[in-house]
Ligand binder design. Structure first.
Ligand SMILES: Cc1cc2nc3c(=O)[nH]c(=O)nc-3n(C[C@H](O)[C@H](O)[C@H](O)COP(=O)(O)OP(=O)(O)OC[C@H]3O[C@@H](n4cnc5c(N)ncnc54)[C@H](O)[C@@H]3O)c2cc1C
Length: 366
């Protein structure tokens, strides 16, 4: 497997870095302007095939995009990662022709924003315990229930919602649905007051007698859990990329501070140099794990263990780098922002404890 970035990847990386640094800003409540600009460049559908309105780039190129965006604005990074990995891929992989025609072009061009609604109050790590109900009625389903912590809740146009149509069948009783924002009975709560990722809206999503036509069922009845789980590897690699971006933000910022100190003749000491060198070394390791997982996914190979390892390594580093860089620089607004943004990356798309369970389970299987 080739782990060195190709000339094309390097060129794209440069392009994404320039875009993120020059064109994104964080003044909006919800970074709609950043998303519109990203859409104009084709970044909202980067790995979606050209025939469905995307750019047809490989998964690694998409990962490089999320890394660069997250280095500058982690909120925009998570919105774009969710929109693509678990907002658009469900349609690409499981949508029928009509569903792709109706939604995928819009998602890939950035005209529509996608979201993913799996988590509930009693079903986070144990997603199979979800209780949202889908009852078959004439022409479709009536959905009742409540989802929690939905990224882009109230802002997204299309939600992939998971609901139970069979109480007895455990994880086999779950079905996936495409729910439009404008549907009667879909109610987004107020954005959660989070410690970080402040520009990204995270809300409750209530469904009260919500009617979903049969044409918006994604895949077969009972296939929902399999669909959700199959998307998570890609999603986790996307969050690993977000971790890389955040870790780099802390390390770059602190290295620059230290460079300035040295220029001014202030001695920074060997202990600080060792901390920075260790962080930079861990960053390279996290990059290799993340890019390897992306390459495996692109090749269509099983990559659950590799995706989980990448997420653990990159997001734990994002948190650790922020803490250590605050130790090195003292209180600083930029570093405290990276610290606050990094915490959620250890939690969503499966907490890092769950990732360790995945890695250990796969090791025991080998
Ligand atoms: C900012 C943010 C955005 C999010 N966006 C989305 C979204 O768009 N869509 C969506 O569906 N969900 C979303 N989530 C939900 C997220 O995926 C869940 O929070 C996550 O899966 C953890 O579930 P939980 O919060 O219910 O915690 P729990 O599952 O209740 O876990 C609590 C703690 O126990 C640990 N734990 C649980 N089970 C085990 C076990 N078996 N062994 C060891 N430790 C265990 C966990 O690691 C965690 O530390 C988001 C969350 C956040 C914070």
């Amino acid at each position: 497997m080739k782990l060195v970035l190709s000339a094309h990847h390097l060129e794209k990386q440069k392009e994404f870095r320039h875009f993120a640094e020059e064109e994104m800003n964080g003044n909006d409540q919800f970074p709609r302007k950043n998303l519109l600009k990203a859409g104009k460049r084709g970044y909202m559908g980067l790995p979606i095939p050209v025939e469905f309105g995307g750019q047809g780039e490989d998964f690694l190129t998409y990962i490089l995009l999320i890394e660069e965006i997250s280095r500058v604005c982690a909120s925009t990074g998570v919105i774009m990662a969710v929109h693509t990995s678990v907002g658009s891929f469900p349609l690409l992989y499981y949508g029928n022709h009509e569903q792709k025609e109706k939604y995928l072009n819009g998602l890939a061009s950035g005209k529509l924003l996608g979201a993913f609604a799996l988590t509930e109050a009693g079903a986070g790590s144990d997603a199979a315990a979800l209780m949202t109900r889908a009852a078959a009625v004439e022409g479709g389903y009536r959905i009742n229930g409540c989802k929690l912590f939905i990224t882009s809740g109230g802002e997204a146009d299309i939600y992939t919602v998971f609901a139970r149509d069979d109480k007895e069948a455990g994880s086999r009783g779950i079905t996936a649905f495409l729910v439009e924002k404008k549907s009667a009975g879909l109610i987004a709560g107020k954005p959660e007051k989070k410690m970080g990722l402040k520009l990204s809206s995270t809300t409750e999503l209530r469904m009260e007698n919500l009617f979903v036509p049969l044409s918006n069922r994604l895949g077969a009845e009972g296939e929902g859990f399999k669909i959700a789980m199959s998307l998570l590897d890609g999603g986790r690699i996307g969050i690993a990329a977000q971790g890389l971006g955040l870790a780099r933000a802390s390390i770059d910022y602190t290295t620059n501070c230290y460079r300035e100190k040295e220029k001014r003749g202030i001695k920074t000491g060997q202990q600080s140099a060792f901390i920075l060198a260790n962080l930079a070394t861990r960053l390279e390791a996290a990059k290799l794990l993340t890019y390897r997982a992306a390459l495996l996914k692109e090749e269509g190979k099983r990559c659950s263990k590799e995706a989980s390892m990448a997420k653990i390594c990159a997001t734990d580093l994002a948190m650790d780098a922020a803490i250590k860089c605050i130790d090195l620089c003292g209180f600083d607004n930029n570093l405290s922002q990276y610290f606050c943004d990094a915490k959620a990356t250890q939690i969503y798309e499966g907490s890092n404890q769950i990732q360790r369970i995945v890695v250990a389970r796969e090791m025991l299987k080998e």
